[in-house]
Design a protein around this ligand. Sequence first.
Ligand SMILES: [Zn+2]
Length: 235
Amino acid sequence: MQKIQLSFLSLLLLLLVAWEQPQKRENPYGLKIVSGMSAYHQLVKENPSQNLVDLEITIKGLRLDIRYATTNNFTGQVIYPSPKAYLRLPAAEALAGIQRELKSIGLGLKIYDAYRPYAVTLKFFEVYPDTTFVASPLTGSKHNRGCAVDLTLIDLASGAEKEMPSTFDDFTEKASHSYRNASPAAIANRQLLREIMTKYGFLPYESEWWHYDFKDWKNYPIMDLSFNECANNKL
Ligand SMILES: [Zn+2]
C-alpha cells in the first residue's frame, strides 16, 4: 500500500516538474508573459481594450522615427524588422487627442518607440545593464505592455524636431526632467510635452524626458509578440 502511495506521489511530482519546465524555459524570471498570437487574441476577445493598435493608422499626421529599426540607437544594431509603433487602444486614443490639441498650435508628435517585445528588453539589459535607463528583465518594461511611449514634439509644417535638453536615449543627467542647464526654449518644450501628456493620462518618467507611461499600465500584461507577428496579423 505504501509502495503504491509512493509511486503515485512520484508520478505526481514528475507531472508537476514536466508542467513547470516549459514555462520556466519561456520565462526565466517568473513573469507572466503573453506570447503567441492565440494567447493575444484570447486576451482581446475577453477585453477589446487590450487591442494593440498601429499608431500610424490611428493617429492622423503622426511622424515616426523608430530608432530600434535602424542602427541609430544605443545598441548600434537593427533590433526591429520594421519601423512600426503599436500601443494598447486606450493609450493610442489618448495620444490621438494630444496630436489633435497640438495641431491647433502648429505642433505634432514624433514617436521614437512604443510597444517593445519582451525579448528585446532582455537584449537591451544584456547590452546596457543599468536599470535607470533600461528596464530590468525581472519586472519587464511598460513598453512590453504596449503602455509606454518615447516621443518628442515637432513643428507640424516642417517636421523639424523642437529643441529639447538632450537627444533621445542620451543616458546622462541631461535626460532628466530636473536638468536645468539647458536653453530656456528646450526647457519650455520639455515642459509643454510634460503638461499635455499628463493632461491626457500619461505619467512622466523623471529620468527620461522622452518616456511616458500610460496611467492604467497595470491592466495590460507584458507581451512577447514579435513585430512580424504584429504585422502579419494586421493589428
Ligand atoms: Zn521608453
